[in-house]
Design a protein around this ligand. Structure first.
Ligand SMILES: [Fe+2]
Length: 138
């Protein structure tokens, strides 16, 4: 249960961070903001250096269909808890919560609305290795 509580706290913090990030991006900085120790990316692995390959979400885009995959094992003790796809303005376009007893892969699919374009964020939360983010375009 503490992993779920940690996840909820982290999600709230990250959601507010994304809203701030969106504001910074909208002001033309054009660079993914850094939240050391809160958000990990392929380019900022922090204390989880070397874990991006199994934690940073992989995104494939085909038309308006987005598939998010985290190449991570799904055991009862160590698994991916959740994916989300979020706009630069912090709007959550979709999410999926995983349960290791029934989800053998951390993969989720989303249909992006026609009125959404530009940069989006895919997130992946590991119960042991925190919150990872991959930026992509649609
Ligand atoms: Fe992990």
């Amino acid at each position: 249960m503490s992993n779920r509580r940690t996840f909820i706290k982290t999600t709230a913090l990250v959601a507010s961070g994304l809203a701030v990030s969106a504001t910074a991006l909208a002001k033309g900085k054009g660079k993914l903001p850094s939240f050391p120790g809160v958000i990990y990316t392929r380019n900022d692995q922090g204390m989880w250096e070397g874990k991006a390959g199994s934690h940073a979400p992989e995104v494939s885009v085909k038309g308006r269909k987005v598939t998010v995959y985290t190449n991570h094992s799904m055991s009862q003790e160590h698994y991916i808890v959740r994916h989300t796809v979020v706009t630069q303005k912090g709007k959550v376009l979709g999410s999926k919560t995983f349960y290791p007893d029934k989800d053998k892969k951390a993969v989720s699919e989303y249909e992006i609305p026609e009125n959404v374009s530009g940069k989006l964020y895919a997130t992946s939360f590991c119960n042991k290795h925190d919150f990872w983010l991959t930026e992509f375009d649609i």
